[in-house]
Design a protein around this ligand. Structure first.
Ligand code: 5GP
Length: 120
């Protein structure tokens, strides 16, 4: 899928839409989800234009990929959930129920997150 730069996270990255920033580095931005599903619900996105994991793994630099991974751990630290535990989720494509076509990780915690997936 080609990257569509009209997606909501691209607008956040361009500063056209505000966000509650949690952490940032040269390659990655972390901000609060607008509709939190747990006490802590942070989205981690690469600043580059990547639709999904296939795109990111194939074309992002090693530096970008390392920054993305480290930012997840940093978010857990700054939100205080590193010790109590948390879940990291990435929804990809139609079956993954990805709504925003810019790669992102959900970091959820601050309370019990529940079963991995709905069994229905
Ligand atoms: P997806 O289903 O693509 O994995 O998740 C997209 C997430 O983006 C949802 O959890 C949704 O609440 C969040 N989201 C959608 N629009 C906005 C927005 O304008 N700002 C923020 N901070 N989060 C958003």
């Amino acid at each position: 899928m080609a990257y569509d730069d009209s997606n909501i996270f691209a607008k956040i990255l361009r500063g056209e839409i505000p966000c509650n920033k949690v952490a940032e580095d040269d390659h990655t931005l972390a901000f609060e989800d607008i509709a939190p599903l747990r006490a802590v619900h942070v989205l981690v996105i690469p600043k580059g234009a990547y639709v999904d994991w296939r795109d990111f793994a194939a074309t992002a630099s090693d530096e970008e990929q390392a920054a993305f991974t480290r930012m997840i751990a940093q978010v857990a630290e700054v939100t205080g959930i590193a010790d109590s535990g948390y879940r990291v989720i990435s929804n990809i494509g139609r079956n993954g129920h990805q709504e925003v076509p810019h790669l992102h990780m959900h970091v959820l915690g601050g309370e019990a997150v529940g079963p991995l997936v709905d069994r229905s």
